[in-house]
Design a binder for this molecule. Structure first.
Ligand SMILES: [Zn+2]
Length: 230
């Protein structure tokens, strides 16, 4: 299934130029690995960037930064996107055992998950679990969220930016339906209640710059717990 929600052109430009935080770049690369549409966009941006540099006088070029960026995008490098391999995420077993072969994950995620999906999950509610992959010094949290079929994340907003990449299954909120490989960026202007579809569990990669903040009636009680888990 091809993605319907993609990073914006500005977002891809930041990725292509190397001016993007590493956690954001990771999520972007994971999306790119299964999105021919964005692979084409990125290729065009790289071509444009190369042409622009060719037109600059030699003194204006800042060393070999562009070449360094291109090398990062080459297959086998940390930031590379792999060719589309079909909907590999479908092979992920999101059941209670939460195991998956390494090859079922988007290639850029495999370095963080050399043995497939993590075994340790924290239950956030009856239907939502979180597995922390990495917390960066600036507080950015890279995690997996698993929502059981039909399960709901309580109504919330965000104190910072949150990127969600759907790895398997799908969820909907007040703003749309998000399926495998869809890429979503939200901030404090968005309040929503993500709900997994009824017939399939949903697994997402999330990158959060701050803990989410519940806005419904239970928020008063649960926000301190969420901040403690972050
Ligand atoms: Zn895309």
């Amino acid at each position: 299934m091809s993605a319907s929600h993609h990073p914006s052109a500005d977002w891809l430009l930041a990725y292509a130029s190397g001016h993007m935080a590493s956690a954001h770049a990771l999520a972007t690369a994971a999306h790119l690995s299964n999105c021919p549409h964005c692979q084409l966009q990125l290729s065009t941006l790289n071509e444009l960037g190369g042409n622009l540099l060719e037109q600059l006088p030699p003194s204006a070029m800042s060393g070999d930064s562009w070449q360094k960026m291109l090398r990062r995008l080459e297959p086998g490098s940390d930031r590379a996107h792999s060719p589309a391999t079909g909907n590999a995420a479908n092979a992920i077993n999101t059941g209670s055992t939460a195991t998956a072969s390494r090859s079922a994950l988007p290639a850029p995620l495999q370095k963080l998950l050399p043995n497939g999906l993590p075994r340790k999950w924290t239950r956030l509610s009856g239907s939502v679990r979180q597995a922390t992959l990495k917390q960066l010094p600036d507080g950015t949290l890279i995690a997996l969220h698993h929502i059981r079929a039909g399960g709901k994340v309580p109504q919330h907003t965000h104190d910072g930016t949150e990127i969600t990449l759907v790895l398997n299954g799908s969820f909907s909120d007040q703003h749309g339906l998000y399926q495998s490989s869809d890429f979503l960026v939200v901030d404090d202007s968005v309040e929503h209640t993500p709900t997994a579809v009824q017939n399939e569990d949903c697994l997402c990669l999330t990158v959060q710059s701050a803990p989410l903040r519940l806005t419904g009636p239970v928020g008063r009680w649960f926000n301190p717990l969420i901040r403690a888990l972050y």
